[in-house]
Design a binder for this molecule. Structure first.
Ligand code: NAD
Length: 355
């Protein structure tokens, strides 16, 4: 493998947390892994450097890379900029330019952190599920849309729309992931009342024929929302559309209770991906070496598994994170009495030592 990774630290705690993932990469490189990295600004940092939250050079670098590792973007100093110059716009644009249509959000809870969840420890301890959300279609993008006047009163209109091609490509991503995990896939829809969901269910069932080793089930979204808090450990991989996935992935994130622990990935049709923690740039703790870097380190592990096809290295990074958690290392956001409070950089060093 001779992989090229674009590193986009971004704003706020972004540079601090990405630096810890880079420490892990450097350690792997010292062992002989062939990885090239190049760093570029995005978000507010892109605006400061080049007057654009997604500078042309940053986009070119991301396009040429095998995968992109991103920290976070945004900060109060940019909130008064015109909308198209705001940091978040850089993130939306890079996702669009790279054609990232499949969003992967694991919800994983180490037994030692079960107390951080608002749910009973026995319900969530050991939780390990993956939500695959379609990211570029559905009611957010369908036409017609708008607010118009009909029969003398205003009506709001949006259109839930999926083509079979859009459903098929994200279903393939989800089945491929299920093959790399527990081989169980639950497709979530509302096929009892929505034609769009009816097609979704039909196409997902067709794709399943190519994956005989994966057990496919279907669930209505209202039931899925309930099952996620009743018995979340029943799930391995959940596949769903943009709207339902938007809501269910936040619900699943809260099961684990610690935003600083959750990675994510957005993939294109060729396995290229953008990897980032689910949290934002945390301006309230930026520059204080306090942030939890583990969501970013776990995003790097996902990159090895899903874009670089190196499950062994992914597994080693994840095992190192498990080890530091089991050894009691905690940043402030996941600290509980009796544990060892460490800084962002000390947590990065501990992961490298555990590797
Ligand atoms: P946030 O996720 O940045 O912070 C929410 C809370 O969680 C804060 O108290 C913060 O200190 C804490 N937190 C977040 N990540 C942490 C970590 N790794 N370790 C320890 N604590 C952590 O959300 P917000 O405050 O709503 O937004 C702040 C800025 O981030 C805004 O400009 C927003 O637009 C931006 N944002 C960016 C992204 C992204 O880059 N993908 C996502 C969400 C928000």
């Amino acid at each position: 493998m001779n992989a090229k990774i674009a590193i986009l630290p971004g704003d706020g705690i972004g540079p601090e947390i990405v630096a810890q993932a880079v420490k892990v990469l450097d350690a792997l490189r010292r062992e002989g892994l062939k990885i090239e990295t190049e760093t570029a600004p995005i978000g507010g940092a892109g605006y400061d450097a080049a007057g654009d939250p997604l500078p042309e050079a940053t986009l070119r670098l991301a396009e040429a890379a095998d995968a992109v590792l991103l920290g976070a973007v945004g900060g109060p100093q940019y909130d008064t900029l015109p909308r198209e110059l705001r940091p978040e716009r850089g993130l939306l644009r890079i996702r669009k330019e790279l054609n990232l249509f499949a969003n992967l959000r694991p919800a994983l809870l180490y037994p030692e952190l079960a107390a951080a969840s608002t749910l009973k420890p026995e319900v969530v301890a050991g939780l390990d599920l993956m939500i695959v959300r379609e990211l570029t279609g559905d009611v957010y993008f369908g036409a017609p849309r708008g607010i118009e006047t009909r029969a003398g009163e205003r009506v709001g209109v949006n259109t839930m729309l999926y083509s079979e091609g859009e459903i098929r490509r994200v279903a393939r991503v989800a089945f491929d992931i299920a093959m790399k995990r527990g081989r169980r896939l639950c497709s979530v829809d509302k096929a009892n009342v929505l034609e769009c969901s009816e097609l979704w269910r039909t196409v997902v069932t067709e794709v399943a024929r190519d994956y005989p080793q994966v057990e496919l089930t279907h669930m209505y979204v209202d039931n899925a929302a309930m099952q996620l808090v009743r018995a979340p450990k029943q799930f391995d991989v959940i596949l769903t559309g943009n709207l339902f996935g938007d809501i269910l992935s936040d619900e699943a994130a809260m099961l684990s209770g610690s935003i600083g622990m959750l990675p994510s990935a957005s993939l294109d049709a060729h396995g290229k991906g953008l990897y980032e923690p689910i949290h934002g740039s945390a301006p309230d703790i930026a520059g204080q070496d306090k942030a939890n870097p583990l969501a970013t380190v776990l995003s790097l592990a996902m990159m090895f598994r899903y874009s670089l096809d190196d499950a062994e290295t992914a597994g080693r990074i994840e095992a190192a994170v498990r080890k530091v958690i089991a050894a009691g290392y905690r940043t402030g956001d996941i600290y509980s009495p009796g544990c060892r409070l460490v800084s962002c950089s000390a947590m990065g060093d501990a992961v490298v030592a555990a590797l």
